[in-house]
Design a protein around this ligand. Structure first.
Ligand SMILES: CC(C)(COP(=O)(O)OP(=O)(O)OC[C@H]1O[C@@H](n2cnc3c(N)ncnc32)[C@H](O)[C@@H]1OP(=O)(O)O)[C@@H](O)C(=O)NCCC(=O)NCCS
Length: 197
């Protein structure tokens, strides 16, 4: 039996902050758009048990309020060569974007682009320096992403190297960035306990 409600692909949509009430609809949408593989991606290692970066989880809703698109950004840390001559290494914070998904019934209606533009603008407004993701360059290039600064970066699990892409919000934010991305976000359990206290 098909339990997914029919969606009118001509309906308007809005972009809003994700709320706890969106979680079930969001995960069902990810299953529909990507299949179970989204839970096994190496990016998921950086997301599991963490909360998205503050104020950087968004949904697209159709006219009836149903979740038809999702994007979240996550705090990560990478090493950074501060002075290659002196061999000095520091750390550099960035955001990891994903998963981005749109309901298959609403593809090519501009929802993915609207989510991306909204998320990038909000990340910049909040003062973040760079956004990383693992994805298809032909899609993400339109938002300014490229592999130009990601050659020395790696994911903590299987991935295709050429698919690590980045967008600097501050020019030079990823200069010297290298090594395996590490999770740096707020822990979900700690936040739950703090709320319960
Ligand atoms: C990728 C995705 C988020 C795009 O969302 P969308 O709302 O359909 O995208 P938009 O309407 O903003 O843009 C559609 C355009 O992007 C193109 N496009 C979509 N996916 C693409 C890809 N992987 N590579 C290149 N172009 C792509 C479409 O062909 C279309 O081109 P057109 O404008 O010339 O017709 C959506 O198709 C989706 O959820 N896919 C499954 C999940 C997924 O793979 N997510 C990660 C992407 S790497």
């Amino acid at each position: 039996m098909n339990t997914v409600p029919a969606i009118d692909p001509t309906a308007a949509f809005t972009i809003e902050a994700e709320t706890p009430r969106d979680v079930a609809g969001r995960d069902a949408l990810l299953d529909r758009a990507m299949g179970p593989r989204w839970r096994r991606k190496s990016s998921e290692k950086l997301r599991r048990g963490r909360l998205p970066a503050e104020g950087l989880a968004f949904v697209a809703r159709d006219a009836d309020g149903r979740v038809v698109g999702t994007v979240r950004l996550w705090d990560v840390m990478v090493e950074r060569e501060i002075s290659p001559r002196r061999g000095e290494i520091g750390n550099c914070r960035a955001l990891l974007l994903g998963p981005l998904a749109v309901d298959p019934a609403m593809k090519s209606a501009g929802i993915g682009s609207a989510l991306m533009r909204h998320a990038i603008a909000e990340a910049a407004r909040r003062g973040h320096g760079a956004v990383l993701l693992v994805g298809d360059a032909p899609y993400y290039a339109r938002f300014g992403f490229s592999a130009g600064k990601t050659g020395a970066l790696a994911m903590p699990g299987p991935y295709e190297k050429h698919r690590i892409l980045a967008l600097e919000l501050d020019a030079g934010a990823l200069d010297g960035a290298r090594g395996v991305l590490k999770a740096a976000g707020r822990k979900a359990e700690a936040a739950r306990l703090a709320r319960a206290a």
